[in-house]
Design a protein around this ligand. Structure first.
Ligand code: CTP
Ligand code: CA
Length: 230
């Protein structure tokens, strides 16, 4: 939680944050997307800047304004986000993958608007897997880089931690920010409940509050040893 004066504890830290939700086109006018608003990523970018970090935000279809003065890179598809993250990340100390990245894309994108056809009332699309940016980043990072992933799950509270521990092991990132989402929970809402998992699976902290205060909790975990591996 923030109270009183802002600490400038991230001075000199270069932080790359991804946010929003990627979109995979079917044709020039349609896409497959998700409900991520980008609010948590924007809050992270804003608080990190206020705490004196050097912040670049890679944004996919944000529903909110990015913080004034942030270095902004806009993308649409997972492939574009993958390319920007892999190009830019070597210059950053910390990468926070808060974006909701499409796991799949259309195997072929139609150059013209798809027509409705008589196919017994069904349309069959073939999807192919997108690159796993977080996994690739975690396996190619330098020793002093810190890589942070997010996991939004519809699981019950008990299953959530088990799934999170499994996911952080699979992804190989340093921290995993775990939260529960649902039809009316998590996406686009003003507040959030998160648990921060360390690479060994320990829960470092659980916090509920505005996306701004959750951003501060996450940044506290980054700024404060022993997690910080500078
Ligand atoms: N992520 C990524 N590249 C992808 C998919 C996800 O970098 N192609 C990142 C997200 O930005 C997030 C983390 O991986 O930080 C976890 O995403 P999530 O969708 O929860 O994990 P998946 O491994 O895709 O597992 P699943 O969707 O089956 O739960
Ligand atoms: Ca996924």
């Amino acid at each position: 939680a923030v109270s009183g004066e802002t600490k400038h504890d991230l001075v000199g830290k270069r932080i790359l944050i991804t946010g929003g939700g990627t979109r995979e086109p079917l044709d020039p006018v349609r896409f497959i997307g998700n409900r991520s608003s980008g609010k948590q990523a924007v809050a992270l970018a804003q608080r990190a800047m206020q705490r004196s970090a050097d912040v670049t935000l890679i944004a996919a279809h944000l529903e909110v304004e990015p913080p004034a003065g942030v270095d902004l890179v806009t993308v649409s598809t997972a492939a574009q986000m993958h390319s920007e993250v892999m190009t830019l990340s070597p210059e950053f100390d910390i990468v926070i993958m808060a974006a909701a990245v499409s796991d799949y894309r259309l195997d072929t994108v139609s150059g013209s608007k798809l027509k409705k056809v008589d196919n017994g009332g069904e349309l069959h699309l073939t999807l192919v897997e997108n690159p796993d940016i977080l996994k690739e980043l975690s396996s190619s990072k330098s020793a002093k880089q810190l890589i942070i992933g997010f996991a939004a799950e519809t699981a019950t509270e008990d299953d959530l931690i088990r799934i999170g521990k499994d996911k952080i092991a699979r992804k190989g990132c340093d921290l995993l920010i775990l939260n529960q989402v649902g039809w009316d929970q998590g996406f686009g809402t003003e507040s959030n409940t998160v648990s921060v998992l360390a690479s060994g699976g320990d829960i470092l902290i659980t916090a509920t509050g505005s996306k701004m205060s959750v951003a501060d909790t996450i940044l506290d975990c980054i700024a404060t040893p022993p997690i910080h591996n500078a």
